[in-house]
Design a protein around this ligand. Sequence first.
Ligand code: PPE
Length: 307
Amino acid sequence: MAFDESGKIWFNGKFVDWKEANIHVLSHVVHYGSSVFEGIRCYNTKQGPAIFRLKEHVDRLYNSARIYRMDIPYSQEEFLKAIVDTVQINRLKACYIRPVVFRGYGELGVYPLNCPVISVIAAWAWGKYLGEEALELGVDVGVSSWRRMAPDTMPNLAKAGSNYMNSQLAKMESLFNGYHEAIMLDYSGMVSEGSGENIFLVKEGILYTPPVSSSLLNGITRDSIITLAQDMDLDVVEQQIPREMLYLADELFLTGTAAEVTPIRSVDQIIIGEGLRGEVTQKLQDSFFKILEGKVEDRYGWLTYLK
Ligand code: PPE
């Protein structure tokens, strides 16, 4: 994925040229990973561009900042408007939006509170996260030897940049082993999530996903899929999932803003179900994409249309 560098980036309240959106190398974030961020998608619906679950993403950004005692010097309404403005000023239709809030340049030393809080919003066109064919054919995943952070080490509910050092280890390992993606276990050995996605399992018509206490990010796509499944009268069970339950699943899939709803066709080289996108997965994908394409009524108020 290459950036279109002619765009504008919202930098602490002002739009600057793409190449001017820079920070000092001695910024706190560069040394200690002190950032929180979001990933949001804007879809080009039949009724024009619309941002998916914008309010929920801004809420989660502010919650992540709260955990790390970062005061974002904008109200949530101001931040929300800045996100909309960023898409509009760049004349983007379908795009990925990346707000990031971090500790900037001031002093070094672990204690962060003397460094300014910097807020940035960028947006660009980002296609299929796990490859063009992934949504249809599914991906091959491996259970990582790297575990998700234990609950008393790093807060998994914060979408913090530093959490992605753990994700990077798992992702690199999985690609070197010939997989598309890694599934991580939590500290107690139960299934947690992918390096950048939540995971769902279908067994005998019931949809299972690990609970928030399994060291995962409380995904907004995860929440959307749970809502859609319940509306289809599927039973949804949030429970701890042992690794081998993945092997025995009828269907498995990943969810995330970037990955959307991506089927899994094998785990540790064990074929899941028929090795094809499952029926329930396809139904959920369909109802998810129909909303995003504006083909059915937005009955949950998930879309923020741009003018
Ligand atoms: N778990 C992790 C670890 C994660 O990073 C994501 C999103 C999710 C679950 C799903 O959350 P949600 O997007 O709210 O459904 N990962 C973001 C970053 C991916 C990246 O490579 O960067 C994303 O999908 O935008």
